[in-house]
Design a protein around this ligand. Structure first.
Ligand code: ATP
Ligand code: MG
Length: 425
């Protein structure tokens, strides 16, 4: 029988790679905490209707990318394709709006979309996202963008560009949509197939087309910015002014409309020049109507989501990250020595040190090689002689210096050299 492999579009994150994820997560957590964002964890599956209603039936995500199935109780269930819908459902269900003021939330976890897998595009992937609920102020848009910029900066990611646009209100967008359709209709036969299809269903998405011929036709298309009302325009001006004040560079991109139906006013993406075709690492915008759409009170909001697989690809292009080193590696051989080693190792762990015990029972030479590779500060050696005398040999890996220490004195001894251990690791 053949062995079973991971499903197409899913990946194992092995220990060598996990260290990149942990660094990203810990830096992000710190920065989010500094900006007074709180973590929220929502279920990985939800009622299908939640995503249909929030993301919109005409989108690629709902139309062709969702993992939807019937459970044993004949309910239609969907593995979440993104994080906002679940957060908003939870916000409404638990009456977080009743706590008053603004809720600043963040989440991190796996998302699921049935897509064609390629570098930076998977069927199970991870997003870190933020949602600022309960304010229409453009200052919140800027705060959300700034926190993303801070995370990227702290991680040392370079060659990024912030693409910014305003898609106005649903009313002004309606007018823009009509103008766009009117402009594109005479060219219909020359558009790529997807765009022809979108002309009726979701014409704004045509602006996203990667097809060269479609792009050329779009050159002279009307701009969404020309349709903004005065309020949208002054919001957009304030967002730009504050970003400039904060030293956050941006480019206005009138073609940026984002894939999900629920956005209004500010939309943005952060793209990397180092990722090839899957260039967008952060996508977000304002979604003032979503909370009411899902049955909650009128609650304007803004948020973004960061694709972590793409971030990890970028982090791997920077400094290599290695597994955390340990303090002690315990080498032992002979029945009595091996048993004493278990106790020595456990006592050191309870003192707060990290300790790896060699369980191989192989020759000392082989165990020493593994001790070298472990990156430990010191190696503890127990053979028949040490077992007999109730001692251990402590060998500093850097200098090769070696001491005999009574097992009973080991706690005091290692406490006295704690400085040396943490300095070495
Ligand atoms: P794309 O145009 O690349 O398909 P999207 O507009 O569908 O992106 P969003 O729904 O805005 O993406 O999700 C936010 C971010 O999540 C993206 O910018 C990307 O970094 C990441 N992302 C989205 N889909 C995937 C996927 N299938 N695999 C890996 N990362 C993804
Ligand atoms: Mg997509």
């Amino acid at each position: 029988m053949g062995s079973i492999e991971a499903l197409r579009g899913t990946r194992d994150i092995l220990p060598e790679e996990v260290c990149y994820w942990q660094r990203l997560e810990s830096i992000a957590r710190d920065i989010l905490a500094r900006a007074a964002f709180h973590e929220i964890r929502t279920p990985i599956f939800e009622q299908t209707a939640l995503f249909e209603r929030s993301i919109g039936e005409a989108t690629d995500v709902v139309g062709k990318e969702m993992y939807t199935f019937k459970d044993r109780g004949d309910r239609s269930i969907t593995l979440r394709p993104e994080g906002t819908a679940g957060v908003v459902r939870s916000y409404i269900e638990h009456g977080l709006h009743a706590q008053g003021g603004v809720q600043r939330l963040w989440y991190l976890g796996p998302m699921f979309r049935y897509e064609r897998p390629q570098a930076g595009r998977q069927r199970q992937f991870h997003q870190l996202g933020v949602e600022v609920l309960g304010t229409a102020s453009p200052r919140a848009d800027v705060e959300a963008i700034a926190v993303a910029a801070d995370i990227l900066k702290a991680l040392g990611v370079k060659d990024l560009s912030l693409q910014l646009n305003s898609i106005g209100t649903s009313e002004s967008r309606q007018q823009y949509r009509a103008a766009l359709v009117q402009y594109l209709t005479p060219y219909k036969a020359d558009l790529d197939e997807d765009s022809q299809d979108r002309l009726d269903r979701n014409p704004l998405r045509i602006l996203d087309s990667k097809d060269e011929k479609t792009q050329a036709i779009l050159e002279k298309a009307p701009s969404v910015l020309d349709f903004l009302d005065d309020d949208s325009r002054s919001r957009f001006d304030l967002v730009q002014a504050l970003l400039t004040e904060l030293g956050i560079a941006y480019q206005i991109n009138t073609r940026l409309v984002r894939g999900l139906d629920y956005y209004s006013h500010t939309v943005f993406e952060i793209q990397s020049a180092d990722l090839g075709a899957q260039a967008t690492v952060v996508g977000g915008g304002r979604y003032d109507k979503l909370v009411t759409e899902l049955g909650g009170p009128d609650t304007p909001a803004v948020g973004w989501a960061m694709g972590l697989e793409r971030m990890i690809l970028l982090l791997k292009q920077l400094a290599p990250q290695t597994k955390a080193a340990i303090d002690f590696y315990v080498v032992s051989r002979g029945d009595q020595a091996e048993q004493q080693a278990v106790i020595v190792a456990q006592n050191l762990r309870q003192q707060g040190f990290s300790v790896e015990m060699d369980l191989s029972g192989s020759a000392f030479g082989k165990q020493f090689k593994r001790a070298d590779r472990s990156g430990a500060s010191a190696c503890l050696i127990l053979g028949d002689a040490e077992a007999e005398a109730k001692t251990v040999q402590l060998k500093w890996m850097a200098s090769g210096e070696q001491h005999v220490v009574a097992q009973a004195d080991l706690p005091n001894y290692v406490a006295s050299v704690r400085q040396q251990i943490s300095a070495a690791t």
